[in-house]
Design a protein around this ligand. Structure first.
Ligand SMILES: Nc1ncnc2c1ncn2[C@@H]1O[C@H](COP(=O)(O)OP(=O)(O)OP(=O)(O)O)[C@@H](O)[C@H]1O
Ligand SMILES: [Mg+2]
Length: 138
């Protein structure tokens, strides 16, 4: 499903990833384990298009992807759940959910009911600012 080959990543002059390669097969859960600061989040950021890789390839279902924006990643079938909460604190719950529209055609710009069925509290708190939710609600 996902194949990463020889991935390099830099922050400025600092090289963080050195030729990282792995596969994540369909139908299985693949776990990346390592000490703090070894580059797990950086690897995921490169896959999700959140930080550019300096070298290497990322293949999803046999298609080479080179992502530079979050909506390109979404279109390629990649969802990234960040380590932090990363909600937009000054925007409402509804507006936070609407940020996901960027990768969809205009006709699909509505929040599906099943989102609120999964997290009913969000339905009641649609108009509340993201930053005013509890940690778990965020
Ligand atoms: N934005 C950044 N700018 C500069 N260096 C960074 C940046 N983000 C992370 N780093 C550095 O890159 C290295 C890898 O960080 P990364 O966040 O990928 O580690 P991690 O494996 O996810 O760690 P943890 O288990 O603590 O979450 C660390 O040395 C970190 O200090
Ligand atoms: Mg991390």
């Amino acid at each position: 499903m996902l194949e990463v080959e020889n991935l390099d990543l830099h922050y400025g002059q600092s090289r963080i990833l050195y030729e990282v390669s792995f596969q994540a097969p369909k139908g299985q859960i693949t776990t990346l384990i390592g000490n703090n600061g070894v580059g797990k989040t950086s690897t995921l950021k490169a896959i999700a298009g959140r930080h550019p890789a300096s070298a290497g390839t990322i293949t999803v279902d046999g298609t080479l992807v080179r992502l530079t924006t979050a909506f390109q990643a979404a279109n390629a079938g990649i969802a990234y759940v960040p380590q932090g909460r990363e909600v937009f604190p000054m925007m409402t719950v509804e507006e936070n959910l609407e940020t996901g529209f960027a990768c969809l055609p205009k006709t699909d710009h509505h929040i599906p009911d099943h989102i609120y069925d999964l997290f009913p509290v969000l339905r009641d708190m649609k108009a509340r600012r993201g930053g005013d939710l509890s940690g778990g609600q965020q």
